[in-house]
Design a protein around this ligand. Structure first.
Ligand SMILES: C[S@@+](CC[C@H](N)C(=O)[O-])C[C@H]1O[C@@H](n2cnc3c(N)ncnc32)[C@H](O)[C@@H]1O
Length: 236
């Protein structure tokens, strides 16, 4: 199994038409938790029986992991979880636009691939366009949770979220870091980091009432070269 795929390669740039929410769940009206980059799906397979009043959706770019997660879901007969293969940066936008208003209530991006080399930063998952799609779909008061064990990665995500001005830190600006995850269970990477004593940086944001601004800088230019045109253009 490949550890990483290049989300910018031609194959992964092809947009996929994802099944609508009504095709994914028995009760599509339940609040939806979207976990972006869910890998093998263990976290959501364990969480979904504990949160039966929610639907959970994992999206993942490595197709064999999605197949394995969906096989488990069927075998375990869990009705409130599903997994979709896609490049979140390419195919999520139109899926989110088509969601009934108010359904999406929590988004998590946990331990995203760090892509350490500067020339690979543009492969990192949270870019202005994905953040715009999330911000435009999450209702006021709803949650965006991000965590990483790489400070530089969480910091560039944090800067991007902060300059959008669409989210308030659940803990206030001076010390926004959470000591513990607000989720009931750790992800696979989180369990590994906890076992090894690796520091984990966690941020929980609450969607506020601001419109998403037009952010002109590509994410790989963050954190030093952020340029933000704050014109309330809501078109990303
Ligand atoms: C380091 S793993 C973390 C997995 C899991 N969230 C955890 O905390 O254990 C990051 C995951 O994000 C997936 N991923 C990376 N880029 C993606 C993209 N553009 N769209 C969807 N998934 C992506 C990777 O394939 C990988 O499984």
């Amino acid at each position: 199994m490949r550890q990483h795929v290049n989300p910018l390669s031609r194959f992964y740039q092809l947009p996929l038409e994802l099944p609508g929410i009504h095709e994914l769940y028995e009760k599509p009206e339940l609040p939806l938790h979207l976990d972006i980059g869910c890998a093998r799906g263990t976290f959501l397979l364990d969480l979904s029986p504990l949160e039966e009043s929610w639907n959970h959706l994992g999206v993942e770019i490595r197709q064999p992991l999605v197949h394995a997660a969906n096989k488990d879901r069927v075998e375990l007969k869990i009705k409130n979880v599903n997994f979709l293969f896609c490049n979140a940066n390419i195919s999520l936008h139109s899926w989110l636009v088509a969601l009934p208003q108010g359904v999406l209530q929590r988004v998590s991006i946990q331990f995203p691939d760090p892509w350490f080399k500067k020339r690979h930063h543009k492969r990192r998952i949270l870019d202005p366009s994905l953040l715009a799609s999330i911000a435009n779909t999450l209702g006021v008061g709803m949650q965006l949770y991000i965590q990483s064990d790489v400070f530089e990665v969480i910091n560039s995500m944090r800067q991007l979220v902060d300059i959008s001005e669409c989210f308030d830190s659940s803990k206030g600006l001076s010390s926004p870091w959470l000591e513990e995850s607000p989720m009931m269970l750790p992800t696979e990477r989180e369990a590994y980091a906890l076992e090894k004593g690796i520091p984990i940086y966690r941020l929980l944001y609450i969607r506020n009432e601001n419109k998403f601004p037009y952010i002109s800088a590509p994410c790989e230019m963050l954190p030093n070269e952020i340029r933000l045109i704050n014109t309330n253009v809501n078109t990303l």
